[in-house]
Write a protein that binds this ligand. Structure first.
Ligand SMILES: Nc1ncnc2c1ncn2[C@@H]1O[C@H](COP(=O)(O)OP(=O)(O)O)[C@@H](O)[C@H]1O
Ligand SMILES: [Mg+2]
Length: 359
């Protein structure tokens, strides 16, 4: 087959042999049996493998062979010219076949070429798509790293500012208050001075309280001094006082050994979940629970009995960044955060963080 299809001349040679064979058979079988259809075999073969030009040449050869066989068989027609007329008609018929076969071949080749091109285009598209996907994944990871870094820097900065406000400003104010009270006592005989210094002292005390509040909102002292559980307990109390929503806690009796970073993250997540409950849920009661699981993870749940949210809100694009931020924080510590919610049944934020994480 390879020999037949690779070179032009072997095909022509094989075609000639075929015509000779068919001519001989045509001659042997005599004029009564029609042999016309078999001439199409070499025509089809030669046209398909060498092209239209050689196909027409073979139309002539086949027509002449047939004419030759007619003459040899001494078929008698009333007028001799009928032989030539028939040969001409056969040539016309063969030419039409050659034309159609070559068109079919062209069509097939065009189709194959188009498929090849389209496949190559598709492969390029797939490669481009894959590249773009990898680029997006890379950028996404970079963005996550950046967010993590910003978060860490923010926590560190908060800690530093909170300490400075508390220690420096707090101490100066306390010292100032002592001085004012000294004047107050020393000149207690002077009513105006006594009243004024007392008032100044009150203002200073209020300022000290504000300073403590600001410093504690930046970074709760309890978190660093006593750890996560007392800080959460205090956060719950403060939340209840501020919002008038009952806040229950269910915390382990024993301290959980976690890194400062993890406890700060858990605290921030709890804070955001409480803020959401106060802002969106219309809840009457919120409960916070922290449990240590056997598989060395810690679970934190913040659950409210408010109006909840529908499926679209949980899975769809969130307008706010609170839930997204909570999820990112959890992810950065190798954990995960889920939002479980049903309309009218409230919302529960469940955080799971591996304990061995010492980041
Ligand atoms: N505890 C909740 N109860 C009801 N709806 C909530 C609760 N928490 C969040 N949502 C809904 O989810 C949305 C997204 O919350 P969040 O990402 O924290 O953004 P933000 O608080 O800035 O709106 C809120 O706007 C609110 O509609
Ligand atoms: Mg929020």
């Amino acid at each position: 087959m390879k020999l037949i299809t690779t070179g032009k001349y072997p095909v022509i040679f094989a075609g000639i042999l075929l015509v000779a064979l068919i001519g001989t058979l045509d001659f042997i079988t005599g004029s009564e049996i029609s042999f016309s259809i078999f001439y199409l075999i070499p025509l089809f073969y030669v046209t398909w493998f060498t092209g239209r030009k050689w196909g027409f040449v073979f139309s002539v050869i086949c027509a002449i062979t047939w004419l030759g066989m007619d003459s040899l068989e001494a078929r008698n027609f009333s007028v001799n010219a009928v032989h030539y007329w028939n040969a001409l008609v056969r040539f016309g018929f063969f030419s039409v076949i050659v034309y159609l076969v070559s068109e079919l071949k062209n069509h097939k080749e065009n189709l194959e070429e188009n498929i090849r091109k389209r496949t190559a285009d598709l492969q390029n598209e797939i490669i481009e798509h894959e590249k773009a996907k990898n680029e997006i994944i890379k950028k996404n990871n970079q963005l996550r790293e950046l967010t993590k870094k910003i978060e860490t820097i923010k926590e560190e900065e908060n800690l530093r500012i909170a300490r400075e406000i508390h220690d420096e400003l707090g101490q100066s104010l306390t010292a100032l208050n002592l001085e004012v009270m000294w004047i107050n006592k020393k000149y207690s005989g002077n009513k105006d001075l006594y009243d004024r210094t007392l008032m100044i002292s009150q203002i200073i005390n209020e300022t000290i309280r504000s300073v403590r509040k600001i410093s504690s909102s930046l970074r709760p002292r309890l978190l660093d001094q006593l750890g996560l559980l007392p800080a959460i307990e205090s956060l719950a109390k403060e939340f209840q006082t501020k919002t008038k929503i009952d806040c229950l806690t269910e915390l382990p009796a024993e301290k959980i050994e976690i890194s400062q970073n993890t406890s700060a993250t858990m605290f921030r997540i709890c804070q955001e979940a409480l803020t959401n409950a106060a802002r969106h849920s219309l809840a009457k009661c919120v409960s916070i629970s922290i449990t240590r699981e056997h598989n060395n993870t810690v679970l934190m749940s913040v659950k409210d009995d408010g109006k909840g949210m529908d499926e679209d809100k949980i899975n769809g694009e969130l307008k706010g960044l609170g839930i997204l931020g909570m999820k990112e924080r959890a992810f950065n510590l190798g954990g995960k955060l889920e939002v479980l919610s049903n309309p009218d049944l409230g919302t529960e934020i469940v955080l799971e963080i591996p304990l061995e994480n010492k980041k």
